[in-house]
Design a protein around this ligand. Structure first.
Ligand code: 4NP
Length: 165
């Protein structure tokens, strides 16, 4: 399965989502079965590492995202990924505007996978302080766990994972 996280700049929310979800997948021993990436709808930060506040905040939770580099989402991504997870409604609308009807079904709000948070947004922490990054990480951790449950179920349904594993 291939999963793409999308925010505006691809230097704060989506690289943190990618890092946390990858750890969740590794903890469950699914790293050979799931591919993870992130991208931004905007083009300002192409080629840049994640925001230093994002790197520091997620490092305090034991995850290193310093190697990631910003890229912009492009039409072929909508075909290449099984699930495209938008951080907020603006990202969601921008992705939908690139998608055909079949591809539109692959696009979801990431917090739809966080228990009790369906329909909610991951707020943009870029113009705020360090505490905004902590709040975003709390939301992303919950959604990453919920998404990993969904992915495990989907892999079983596809016969890629045994029922008891
Ligand atoms: P992100 O945050 O979408 O979570 O990566 C932002 C990063 C940069 C900008 C906006 C949001 N910007 O305007 O440059």
């Amino acid at each position: 399965m291939r999963i793409l996280f999308v925010c505006l700049g691809n230097i704060c929310r989506s690289p943190m989502a990618e890092g946390l979800f990858r750890r969740e997948i590794e903890r469950r021993g699914l790293e050979g079965l799931v591919e993870v990436d992130s991208a931004g709808t905007g083009s300002w930060h192409i080629g840049e590492p994640p925001d230093e506040r994002a790197q520091r905040a997620i490092a305090r939770r034991g995850v290193d995202i310093s190697h990631l580099r910003g890229r912009q989402v492009k039409r072929p991504d909508l075909e290449a990924f099984d699930l495209i997870l938008a951080m907020d409604r603006e990202n969601y609308a921008d992705l939908l505007s690139l998608a055909d009807d079949a591809q539109a079904e692959r696009i979801r709000l990431f917090l739809d996978f966080a228990p009790g948070a369906a329909g909610q947004e991951v707020p943009d922490p870029y113009f705020g302080g360090e505490e905004g990054f902590e709040h975003v990480l709390d939301l992303l951790e919950q959604a990453a766990a919920g998404l990993a449950d969904f992915v495990e179920e989907e892999l079983r349904r596809r016969g890629r994972l045994r029922a008891e594993s």
